[in-house]
Design a protein around this ligand. Structure first.
Ligand code: GUN
Ligand code: ZN
Length: 428
C-alpha cells in the first residue's frame, strides 16, 4: 500500500455538460492510496486522515505536482512508431509511401517485439497508461503488442488490422483468413490480464464487402469486444469510398450496412460528416475519436468538437501516432485546443484534461475502470510537474486558479512534465 501526496484532480461530471469549473474536485494538497497487490485505488482524500487510516502505508510525497488518472490514447498505430514525422504527403500517398512499407516489416516477430517495446516505453514516459492500437495484418504484430503490454502490467487494447484490397500483396489477407486469424487472436488474448481484443478492419477502402461482412459477423459473435476503424478523415478518401461502394448512402452507411456501427465502434477521425451521418452515429452510440495532431499534420481538416459534443456524441482523444506527430497526450490536448479555436470555440482546460482521461475511457467502454481518480478504479496514474520548463513555470506562477495553473502545461508541456507514472499502483 502507498499513499501518494500532491495536488489531486478528479472529474465528477462531463465538463461539456456542466460548467467546466464545477466538473472536477481539486485538492491543493490531496492524497491517493494505491494497492500494488490489487492494482486498484483504495481511497482518495485528505493526507492526514488517510495517513491515520493506513498507518503502515509507505508515503510518497510528490509535492506540488498534480496526480491525475493516466492518459488514455484511444487510437494509435504502434507499428508506425518508427515512421512518425514523415514529410510531405496527404493520407493516401502517406499510407503508400511510408506506412505500408513499414507495416510490411511486422511479419518478423523479433522486429514487432522491438517496436512494441519501444512504443510502450515511449507511451509510459509520456504518461499514457492505456492505448488502443491498430497492429498490422500479421498475427505476429498482435502477439508482440499484447506480450509487451502484459510484461509491463498495462491495460492495452488492440487487434489485427485487416485489409484484402488496395494494399501491397504482402499486406493483404482475405475475408476468410482475416476472420480466422482475428478470431484465433481474440480467443487467445481477450480478457487475459488487462488486455482486450479489438476487431479491426483498417477502413472501407482496404476491405472488400466480403471482408467487412466477415468483420461484422465476428463482432456480432463477440459483442463484448470493441471494433475500431477510420471514418471520413480526408475528402479524397471519402470520394474513393463513394466509388468503391456506389450503393451506400455515405461513408458511415458502409459500416452500418455490414454491422460495424453501434456502441463500442471506435471511429477514428470522423471529420467530414453530413447531418445524416451525425444523426446516425449519435443514434447508434458509436464513439468518435479525435486525433488532432494527425489531422493538422496530414492536412485532414478540423474536427467539430463543440458541435459534436453538443449533440451528445461520444468522443475520445488520441494521438494517431504515426499519422499523429507526437506520443504526448499533452501535445494532443494542445492541438485539440488549437483545432477547436480554428472552429471558433476555446475548449476549457477541464474539457481538455477530461477528454484525455475520463472522456477517452468512456469512449472505449471503460468509464467504470479507468480515467477517474476514485476508489475502486485501476491505479493507473500520471503525476504532472506543472513547472517543468522555464517557459511554463514563469507563466504558471501568475495563475489565479488551478485551471490557469495547468493550462501552460497543457499547451507547452511534453514528457518533461511527466514527473511519475504508475501502472496498477506500481511506479514505472
Ligand atoms: N486511414 C487508414 N489507415 C490509416 C492510418 O494508418 N493512419 C491514418 N491517419 N489514417 C488511416
Ligand atoms: Zn489511425
Amino acid at each position: 500500500m502507498k499513499i501518494l501526496l500532491g495536488q489531486t484532480l478528479s472529474f465528477v461530471a462531463d465538463p461539456f455538460a456542466v460548467d467546466p469549473t464545477a466538473s472536477a474536485l481539486w485538492d491543493r494538497r490531496g492524497a491517493v492510496v494505491v494497492d500494488e497487490t490489487t492494482g486498484h485505488i483504495v481511497e482518495v482524500g485528505q493526507p492526514d486522515a488517510l495517513k491515520r487510516n493506513f498507518p503502515d502505508a509507505e508515503v510518497v510525497d510528490h509535492g506540488d505536482a498534480m496526480i491525475l488518472p493516466g492518459f488514455i490514447d484511444a487510437h494509435v498505430h504502434y507499428p508506425q512508431t518508427g515512421i512518425i514525422a514523415s514529410w510531405g504527403k496527404r493520407l493516401i500517398d502517406w499510407l503508400n509511401s511510408y506506412t505500408f512499407p513499414e507495416e510490411a516489416r511486422f511479419h518478423d516477430a523479433a522486429y514487432a517485439r522491438e517496436i512494441a517495446s519501444r512504443f510502450f516505453d515511449l507511451a509510459l514516459s509520456h504518461g499514457t497508461t492505456t492505448s488502443v492500437s491498430f497492429c498490422t495484418i500479421h498475427p505476429e504484430s498482435v502477439e508482440a503488442y499484447f506480450q509487451e503490454a502484459g510484461k509491463r502490467g498495462l491495460r492495452a487494447l488492440g487487434g489485427k488490422t485487416c485489409m484484402d484490397r488496395n494494399a501491397p500483396d504482402t499486406l493483404r489477407d482475405t475475408a476468410q483468413s482475416a476472420y480466422d486469424a482475428s478470431k484465433d487472436l481474440l480467443s487467445r488474448w481477450h480478457g487475459k490480464d488487462r488486455l482486450s481484443y479489438v476487431v479491426t478492419p483498417r477502413f472501407a477502402p482496404t476491405s472488400t464487402p466480403e471482408q467487412l461482412e466477415a468483420m461484422g459477423a465476428l463482432w456480432a459473435e463477440h459483442p463484448d469486444c470493441l471494433m475500431q476503424t477510420h471514418l471520413s478523415e480526408q475528402t479524397e478518401e471519402i470520394d474513393w469510398v463513394k466509388e468503391l461502394f456506389p450503393n451506400a448512402r455515405d461513408y458511415t452507411d458502409v459500416y452500418d450496412h455490414f454491422g460495424l456501427l453501434g456502441p463500442g465502434a471506435l471511429m477514428g477521425h470522423a471529420i467530414h460528416l453530413s447531418d445524416r451521418e451525425r444523426a446516425r452515429l449519435a443514434e447508434a452510440g458509436a464513439s468518435l475519436i479525435h486525433c488532432p495532431t494527425s489531422n493538422t499534420f496530414i492536412g485532414s481538416g478540423l474536427f467539430d468538437m463543440a458541435g459534436l459534443k453538443g449533440e451528445g456524441q461520444v468522443v475520445g482523444l488520441a494521438t494517431d501516432t504515426g499519422g499523429g506527430s507526437s506520443f504526448s497526450m499533452l501535445r494532443t490536448m494542445a492541438a485539440a485546443y488549437e483545432v477547436s479555436q480554428l472552429r471558433g470555440t476555446a475548449l476549457h482546460p477541464a474539457q481538455l484534461l477530461w477528454l484525455a482521461t475520463c472522456g477517452s475511457a468512456q469512449s472505449i467502454g471503460l468509464g467504470d475502470r479507468i480515467g477517474t481518480l476514485a476508489r475502486g478504479y485501476d491505479a493507473d496514474l500520471v503525476v504532472l510537474d506543472l513547472a517543468s520548463t522555464e517557459a511554463i513555470s514563469q507563466r504558471a506562477v501568475r495563475a489565479e486558479d488551478i485551471w490557469e495553473q495547468v493550462f501552460p502545461t497543457i499547451m507547452m508541456g511534453d514528457d518533461r512534465a511527466v514527473h511519475a507514472t504508475y501502472v496498477a499502483g506500481r511506479r514505472v
